[in-house]
Design a protein around this ligand. Structure first.
Ligand code: ZN
Ligand code: ZN
Length: 267
């Protein structure tokens, strides 16, 4: 098999692992508390996040909650309706970093995820995590494939996450009354996140598929975690958020992330 093809296949697998971790851990568990995950599995997700994305969870959570608080209005960190579709599709990471580096945003939106000793020693050092991830692929497949995997993965992961924000607020079906859109085709690539109109309608739902015919691959991982007793879905019913009124004050944190003000005892 040509090395470039092997690298693309390996990178696609790594990207899917990163997407599933992003949606199930960073998004559904930490940002919206739709799941409670057992400590050892939770720690495993922290390690995978660190080695496949370098993302600091409290930063991701804060940026994302701010997005829900000001969706497609002044204050939204990455709205394609305010900034332009291509700006967000290609420059999402720049907008993300701009908000993620604001200590005020972290204080306000991620107070339930304070920096702990593991963060200080390991998880806040993105390049260490990514370096270990690349080294593992390097040791298995050789340095050429290892470097190509790192490059492919970085590009695909960033574009896919950008697509959730750009396509997810610009193109697709509007089932519920909010500014986000559903794209099932996108959902297949981004572990269910393409059902973004559903998500803004019911942000605390652990399953992003709300109608027959919709498929949320992220829910498959949630179901597996529940069946193996590693996670619990927190809300038994789908709770729809009140439609956001343009110009109103920022959405209440509690509405998108129940009990978000309380510290998480077992991270
Ligand atoms: Zn959104
Ligand atoms: Zn969300």
């Amino acid at each position: 098999m040509p090395k470039v093809l092997l690298a693309f296949i390996v990178a696609s697998v790594v990207t899917q692992v990163a997407m599933l971790t992003t949606t199930v851990f960073l998004h559904r568990t930490l940002s919206h508390r739709s799941l409670a995950i057992r400590p050892a599995t939770r720690f495993t997700f922290r390690v995978i996040t660190w080695m496949t994305t370098g993302i600091r969870p409290r930063q991701w959570v804060a940026v994302h909650r701010k997005h829900h608080a000001y969706t497609d209005e002044e204050g939204d960190p990455h709205s394609p309706l305010l900034l332009g579709f291509w700006q967000v599709q290609l420059g999402n990471v720049v907008y993300y970093k701009r908000t993620a580096r604001d200590p005020e945003v972290i204080r306000k939106y991620a107070k339930d995820l304070p920096q702990d000793a593991w963060d200080r020693v390991l998880f806040d050092h993105a390049f260490l995590g990514l370096g270990i991830g690349i080294t593992i692929v390097w040791l298995i497949f050789g340095w050429e494939v290892g470097l190509m995997v790192a490059g492919f993965h970085a590009v695909i992961y960033l574009l896919m996450n950008a697509a959730v924000n750009a396509i997810g607020h610009r193109f697709g079906k509007k089932v519920y009354e909010n500014s986000a859109r559903n794209s099932q085709w996108l959902a297949w690539f981004v572990a269910g996140e393409g059902l973004h109109n559903n998500h803004h309608a019911a942000p605390t739902s652990a399953n992003l598929a709300l109608s027959p015919g919709e498929v949320d691959p992220g829910w498959w991982l949630v179901s597996l975690l529940v069946r193996t007793n590693q996670a619990q879905v927190r809300l038994s019913e789908v709770r729809f958020a009140r439609p956001r009124v343009p110009g109103e004050a920022a959405r209440n944190l509690d509405e998108m992330s129940p009990e978000a003000e309380e510290p998480v005892a077992a991270r």
